[in-house]
Every structure is written in structure tokens, then in C-alpha cells.
Design a protein around this ligand. Sequence first.
Ligand code: ATP
Ligand code: MN
Length: 465
Amino acid sequence: MVKRTKIKQLLASAPGVEVLAKGWVRTKRGNKQIKFIALNDGSTINNIQVVADTAVIDEDTLRRVTTGASLAVRGQLVESVGSGQAVEIQASEIEVLGECDPMRFPLQKKDTTLEYLRSVAHMRLRTNTFGAVLRIRNAMAFAIHKFFNEKGFVYLHTPLITESDAEGAGDMFQVTTLDLKNIPLDKKGNVDFSKDFFGKKTSLTVSGQLEGELGATAVGEIYTFGPTFRAENSNTPRHLAEFWMIEPEMAFYDIVDDMELAEEFVKYLVQYALDNCMDDLRFLNDKYDDGLIERMQSVLGIPFQRVTYTEAVEILEKAIADGVKFEYPVHWGTDFQSEHERYLVEKYFRKPVILIDFPKDIKAFYMKQNEDGKTVAAMDCLVPGIGEIIGGSEREASLEKLEARIDELGMSRKNLEWYIDTRRYGSVPHSGFGLGFERLLLFVTGMSNIRDVIPFPRTPKNAEF
Ligand code: ATP
Ligand code: MN
């Protein structure tokens, strides 16, 4: 019995062998004598052409071969006379595994806008577009583990449920088993969390960093790679309520080492995509974004531009004076909006930018305080088309300064004692950053909405499927 071969492998095989292919019908065309079926099994963006002679395959079977139906096809792999493919299958037997009613199938030729596809997200994975996105997503996840593994980093699993609000990185989703119709109250009338599952108020994590620092100050270099949750009500094409983040954390790294790692990491991933996903990249490049491959290549050969926040403010202020219009104002002390980031990257420097030394008041408490008393050793990495994809910093290693900053911000030291212990016992200079996995995917797929680079997006008012 001939075993099934995946289509990716069939397309690279020499003709003259008996084969068995399985997959879903993309299209069927032809005439009375002969039908051409494009079959896809998800192993590649490319279809294999199945040639069905009506003298060999019965009429009833061919009638049931419709777009979306699943088939098992046996036949001879032969040289293809048509253009576009080297080989095709001359079918000797077709079995329809699952029919697909063409009148009811949600993926019709006429309506394939990305917006429509989001409304049928349970089926959109069957399209060429989402097949390409899923394969690239998979390749990037693999490359991330490969990169860190080759460097000897330890993959650390940080908790998803946490009682710490990390850093105020974003609003949190509460986790509770309390009966919402009958919430226990304490004497003061506040919710009595001692009755809750963990005996405390708990939430889904907004970042694994603080726990990551515990790992880095134990085994040297770690990274996390897992889901992250932020209940930010920002309905933008760059924000999800549930996204994946990669957070390396390294003992003995200063801010310069941190920037170097971030740059090397981004370049490695872009190169990996170019080396391993070219069929899918070409498809996305042709269909959605004809600058995709060129933009990816353009970040590889050159060093990223490093510039301080203060210099960037001056550049933006000068641009405004010269007539450039932004929706949001810019002055020293405010956080940049994506429009400002993109001006710096796409118009001014025309390459990826790493911004450093941000005002301490717009950054988290744990960042290393600079000598000037005003800024911290933070860095954001910005890429064309997107803006920020990485945010990181050198961490404050001094116990005294860290405690002073926590107090200054009116935060509770009590809940952070476990974290502060890293500075009490064998404190070391250390640094880290967070890469938003879906932001990276926007960059390496050319998709313009973050909802289209994750299989099942979670955004305000949407948790379907
Ligand atoms: P932004 O200003 O774009 O909201 P941030 O400053 O809140 O980002 P960080 O807290 O530094 O982001 O998180 C690290 C990285 O995680 C960001 O650089 C970005 O790539 C990604 N990220 C942050 N929030 C989201 C989100 N809601 N959805 C998807 N990715 C996100
Ligand atoms: Mn944010």
C-alpha cells in the first residue's frame, strides 16, 4: 500500500511514482472529459494539480469534489504539461473524505476581505492567507527557541496567574472563583479575598519579567515565551488583550549588551523567515504588501540607529516646526505615539531605531536610574511599518535606589519583598527586554492588523471561537 505523502514533498519529487495525496480542494475546473483539481494540505502554500479523466473517475465522485471538500487521491505522479508546476497527479482513484456544500461554505470566492474573514475566524485558517501566516508564525516560534538555545539561555516558565501587578505594564484581568452574585465582604465592606481560591486577589499576568529576573539571577540567562494578558481598552491594529511575549533576562548585561542582543535577535528572526518561509512571504508580498520582502531585507545589512529619547524629541520638534503634522503633541516627558515612532524610523533615519534613556516618569520602577537623575536606562526598538516591537532596560541593581524609587512612586514594598530580595542577596547588573510576538509577526508577514497574525484574536468585546 502506498503511504500518504505531503504535498510539499510531492511537489519536490521526481515523476514516475505511485502516490497518495490527501487535502482540501481549492478549486475545480475543466470540461466534460477532464477535470483539474487544485489540492492543498497545508504543508505549503502551493497546491498540487490533480488531473481527473472522466473515463477513469466516475461522475458522481467528481460531482462531490467541490471547493472545500477533503479528498484522498491515488495516482501516478507525472510531469506537468501546464505551466506553474513541475509535477501533477494523474488520478486513478479519488475518495471524497468529507463533502463541502458550496452554497453554505463560509469561504466564498467573492468575499475574502480580511475583515469578513475575522467574522469567520474558525474557518479562515483554511485560506491561503492564514495558512501562510500560521506557517510563518510556527517558523518564528521555532527560530526563537533555536536562537536562545544556541546561546545557552534557559527557557523559564513564569506563571500566568499572579498576585503581583508586575509593573503597571497594563490593566489586568482578575482571576477569581468567588460567586459574583454573592461576593463575600469584610467588616469594612470590601471584597474579602481571603475567601477566594488563592486567598488573595489574583490576576492574569501582564509580563513575566519580575519572575524572569529571579531566574536570571540564578542561572544567568533566561527567556520566557508565553501568553500575556492586558485589559487595555485600546482598539488599535497593534494591541491584543491576549498576546504572546518573549522576555529574555540576562545577568551581567548592561544596557549596551541588551541593545546588541535585541538587534541580533530581530535580525536573526528576519533572516530565518527569509531563509525558510520564502514561498509564503512571496504570496503575502504579492497579495497584501509589495514592500514586504524588500523591507525585511533592508533591516539586515545595516546597524540599527541608536538615539536618545531627548535627541528624538528634538528631531520631532524640528519636524513639527518644519510643517510635519502629528495627531498627538510632542514634548520632553511624554511617551511617543506610533506616529512619532514611525516618523523617526521611516522618514528620518530610514532604518530601525533603538531609542534609549527615557524620562523615568514614563517608565517602570525597576529600570536603572541614570546619573542625570531624570532618565532611566530604558530602550525601545522600533521597526518600519510598525513602530515599537521591543521594550527593555537595564534593571536597577542597587537595593537602596530601587527601594527609594518604589517609595517615591507610592507603591507597596510589602508585595515586592520577594523581588527586592534579588538585590539583597548577590545583586548583579542585569538587563532584559520584551518582544511582542505578534508585533514581530506583523513585521514578517506584512499584515497590517494584529488580529490577522494570531489564530484566535482576543480584543475588547471579542472572545469568540
Ligand atoms: P505600547 O506602547 O505599544 O502599548 P508597551 O510600552 O505597553 O507597548 P511593553 O510593556 O514594553 O509595551 O511590552 C513589551 C512589548 O510587548 C512591546 O514592545 C510590544 O511589542 C508588545 N506589546 C505590548 N502590549 C501589547 C498588546 N496589547 N498587544 C500586543 N503586543 C503588545
Ligand atoms: Mn501598552
